[in-house]
Design a protein around this ligand. Structure first.
Ligand SMILES: Cc1cc2nc3c(=O)[nH]c(=O)nc-3n(C[C@H](O)[C@H](O)[C@H](O)COP(=O)(O)OP(=O)(O)OC[C@H]3O[C@@H](n4cnc5c(N)ncnc54)[C@H](O)[C@@H]3O)c2cc1C
Length: 385
C-alpha cells in the first residue's frame, strides 16, 4: 500500500509532475519558514512572489491572463500539498477563490488588470463577506455601495478577513440596493492602493492560523469607479458567490485531508521514538488501534475528496456534495487531531511540536467557509424537495 498518495483517479501525468514540483517548492521555500510566519503573524510578499515564479497559482486559468490553462486539479494539488507540509498561514485558498470569481465573472479589463498579478504573486487578494453583525446570514450585511455619479461610495466594515492585513485587491460583498435582500448584493473590487477612506484593524489574535494576517477592514466613503463592479449588472453578487461554492467548500475538505496526512505522519514518527514501560508507545495496543482508526478515516475521506475533485473537473460537483466534503473533512480533521495530540502526551500540548498548532488550526475549519451547521442545513435542503 502506498502511504500518503494524495490523488489518483483523476490525476494525469501533468498533475503528478506538478505535484512533485509543488512538494519540492514547499520543502525549500515553505517548511523552513513556517515558524517564522507564525511568529510574525503573516506570510511575506516575497513568498507569494516565489510561489508565483514557480507556477503554483492559477493552474485553472487560461494562458493569456497568466495561468497555464489547466483544470481545478492543479489548485487542488497546491492547497493539498501546503496542508500536507503543515502550513496554514499562506492564504492561497482565498486567492484561488478570487481568481475564479474574476475569471468567471470579471470584465475583460478586470481580468487583464488583476489576474496576471494575482497569479504572479505580486498582488494578494482577499474576499470580504463577513461583517461584525452578519456571518452565516449573509443577506443581513450592512456594507453599502451607493451610486454617486460615475462612482460608488463604499461604507461599512468587514471582520475575520483572511489575507486582510496585506491584500491589495479586496472583493467586497456590498449592498447596491438595500431594499432587495439577497438580490441587492453585488461584488465590488476594491484596489487598496487607490482607496481614500480605507483602513485595516490591528491584527486579530486567533486561536490558530497564526501565520495568516486575518483582519478587520473599514470603509469610510471610499470612492470606487463603477467599472469595479464584478459582472455586467448589479445584484448578481449572491448568485456569483453561490456558483463558486463547490470549489470554496471542497477546498476546505482538501485542506483537511492534507493536514490529516501530515498529522498521522508526525504521530507515527513520535510514537515510534517515545518509550514508556520499557517499550515503544507504538507497541501499545491502544496506540496501534488509534492509528488504525485515524488512518482508516483518512483513507475514507481521501476517496470522497478524490471523487469530488474528479466531479469538479467535469463540472458536475453540486453544492450539497461540496458541503458534505467541507463538513465531513473538517469534522474528521478535528477528530484526528485530537487523537494524534493525545498520542503525543504532554508534548502534544507544547507548541514546539507541530501537532499542537495543527490541533488549534483545525478548529476553525468547522466554522469558516459556511459553518458546519449551515452545511448540514444545505445538505438537508437537497433531500427535502
Ligand atoms: C480565521 C477565520 C478566517 C475567516 N476568513 C474569512 C474570509 O476570508 N472572508 C469572509 O468573508 N469571512 C471569513 N471568516 C468568517 C466566517 O466565514 C464566519 O465566521 C462564519 O461564516 C460564521 O459566521 P459568524 O462568525 O458570524 O457566526 P454566526 O453566523 O453568528 O453563527 C454563530 C453560531 O450559530 C450557528 N448558526 C447560525 N445560523 C444557523 C442556522 N441557520 N442553523 C443552525 N445554526 C446556525 C453557526 O453555525 C454558529 O455555530 C473567517 C473566520 C475566521 C474565524
Amino acid at each position: 500500500m502506498t502511504l500518503y498518495t494524495p490523488f489518483d483517479n483523476w490525476a494525469t501525468e501533468e498533475h503528478k509532475l506538478f505535484s512533485e514540483s509543488v512538494k519540492r517548492f514547499y520543502e525549500e521555500e515553505m517548511t523552513p519558514h513556517i515558524e517564522e510566519w507564525v511568529d510574525r503573524g503573516k506570510v511575506p510578499l516575497s513568498f507569494w512572489k516565489k510561489a508565483g515564479e514557480s507556477g503554483l497559482m492559477g493552474g485553472a486559468v487560461s494562458e493569456d491572463v497568466g495561468g497555464f490553462g489547466g483544470d481545478i486539479g492543479f489548485d487542488s494539488i497546491t492547497v493539498y500539498e501546503q496542508a500536507r507540509k503543515g502550513d496554514s498561514g499562506w492564504g492561497y485558498g482565498i486567492q484561488s477563490i478570487v481568481i475564479h470569481y474574476l475569471n468567471s465573472y470579471g470584465t475583460e479589463e478586470q481580468k487583464k488588470n488583476w489576474l496576471p498579478k494575482l497569479i504572479a504573486g505580486t498582488s494578494v487578494a482577499a474576499l470580504a463577506m463577513t461583517e461584525p453583525g452578519a456571518g452565516s446570514d449573509l443577506q443581513a450585511i450592512k456594507t453599502t455601495a451607493k451610486k454617486d455619479g460615475n462612482q460608488y461610495k463604499l461604507n461599512g466594515s468587514k471582520i475575520f478577513i483572511t489575507n486582510g492585513g496585506s491584500a491589495d485587491l479586496i472583493v467586497v460583498a456590498a449592498k447596491t440596493d438595500q431594499s432587495a435582500g439577497a438580490k441587492g448584493i453585488s461584488l465590488i473590487l476594491l484596489d487598496a492602493s487607490q482607496a481614500d477612506g480605507f483602513s485595516r484593524g490591528t491584527p486579530l489574535k486567533k486561536l490558530g492560523l497564526k501565520g495568516n494576517d486575518t483582519a478587520e477592514l473599514f470603509f469610510d466613503d471610499i470612492k470606487i469607479p463603477l467599472t469595479n463592479l464584478i459582472g455586467q449588472e448589479e445584484g448578481q453578487g449572491f448568485y456569483q458567490m453561490m456558483k463558486q461554492l463547490p470549489w470554496e467548500r471542497l477546498l476546505i475538505g482538501i485542506t483537511a485531508l492534507g493536514a490529516i496526512d501530515f498529522a498521522i505522519q508526525e504521530t507515527v514518527k513520535y510514537v515510534q521514538e517515545r518509550k514508556a514501560f520499557g517499550k515503544r508507545i507504538m507497541d501499545l495496543q491502544n496506540t496501534r488501534f488509534k492509528l488504525a482508526e485515524v488512518k482508516t478515516k483518512a483513507e475514507v475521506l481521501r476517496s470522497f475528496v478524490n471523487d469530488c475533485v474528479a466531479r469538479l473537473i467535469d463540472g458536475k460537483l453540486d453544492a450539497a456534495t461540496a458541503s458534505m466534503a467541507k463538513y465531513w473533512g473538517s469534522q474528521v480533521q478535528n477528530e484526528v487531531m485530537d487523537e494524534c495530540l493525545q498520542l503525543h502526551g504532554g508534548y502534544g500540548y507544547i507548541l514546539d511540536y507541530p501537532i499542537s498548532r495543527m490541533y488549534a488550526d483545525a478548529r476553525v475549519q468547522k466554522i469558516y467557509g459556511g459553518s458546519n451547521e449551515i452545511m448540514k442545513e444545505l445538505i438537508a435542503r437537497s433531500l427535502d424537495h
